[in-house]
Design a protein around this ligand. Sequence first.
Ligand code: HAM
Length: 403
Amino acid sequence: MINPLRGMKDLTFDESQRFVHIIKTSIDIAKKYGYGYIETPILEETALFKRSVGESSDIVGKEMYQFEDKGGNDVCMRPEGTAGVVRAFVSAKLDRQPVKQKFYYYGPMFRYERPQKGRLREFHQFGCESFGEASVYEDFSIITMISQIFEALGIGFDLQINSLGCTTCMPPYKQNLVGFLTEIKEELCEDCNRRIGTNPIRVLDCKNQSCQSLLVNSPKLIDNLCEECDADFKKLTALLDNAGISYLVDTNLVRGLDYYNKTAFEFVSNNIGSQSAIAGGGRYDKLVEFLDGKPTPAVGFAIGIERIMELVQMPELEKEGIYMGAMVPEAVESLFPLASKKRKETKVTLEYNSKGFKSHMKGADKVNARTVVLIGEDELNNGTVWVKDLESKEEKTIPLSVF
Ligand code: HAM
């Protein structure tokens, strides 16, 4: 028997229904905020992710499904969706249009991580990217939208936010931080030591407890923001306060991807184990330019579908559609035209085997049908069908042509 690869899984039965419900709910809400669907390739040039997600990030440094294709091109299975959407935005020259553009997407992402509960090598995201809006109102709007999606799915969350500053306040802060880290270098772990040279702010979210205890007194970017970033962050917290969305300011929240500036956020759940981030995102005002487009501010997020799968409260299934069956073999074929006609309006389950009454009623129950339509010997002879509404319990025999 051939099994799926480690860290990859099939979505069947209950899970696939949950998947569809999550995507449908998210799309319905994203559309209300003005987002339209975008589909980009799963395979992209490796350079795209190196330039956007960043060479020093774990995703690019350790986790990419990267290979040479038959034409000798260095390609990569997308580890996330933002880079591809930005590339598509620039490829289609949308950066030259004055209108604001908003896109939603969903699909598989690939990261060669060590699999564990909530951490897969192939997982799915639902994401949104908004281009052309520099206002912090858009950051607030996106956080509101995610809250609304989780509320509609019946999922509780904690929201963590931070500001990663901009090209004015980040570089002097980084220098300051490197100075601090260099002094405690000997006591920090190997990873942190490497990061001091490559991406010092990533040291702040080291998972190692002993490193974290040394970082308590590290300089915080939030205390060193420039005037504009500070005003934006204060505005964002005020908007969240007014909207009654609770949050925690986490000064160590830096995100695992290098393209962020200003607002960064994560939604976490404390009901799913150690892989607790259920959505993440933030502003990335320099990325379009970085991928050769015209400077365009942008902000977005992605939800990890598998992480919220168990948390979703599924709506109760309503009885739906028609179950059709015959109680004598000669009647089976007379059901085909009837099924075709009704399939233009609703779901029809057609049983090909002639069976007894009880057996058909069980079959209708199994598929959660609203209506049962049966043809027995009498009905066949009289050109009628027997119809029962399983909700109102009303039953009747009517001419075939009328049904
Ligand atoms: P991310 O935080 O890397 O952000 O991923 C978003 C979400 O994907 C995470 O919060 C988590 O729920 C889920 N996720 C990540 N890795 C795995 C995994 N190995 N197994 C299962 N689920 C996982 C991004 O990907 C950014 N592109 C988000 C964004 C969009 N920022 C701006 N726009």
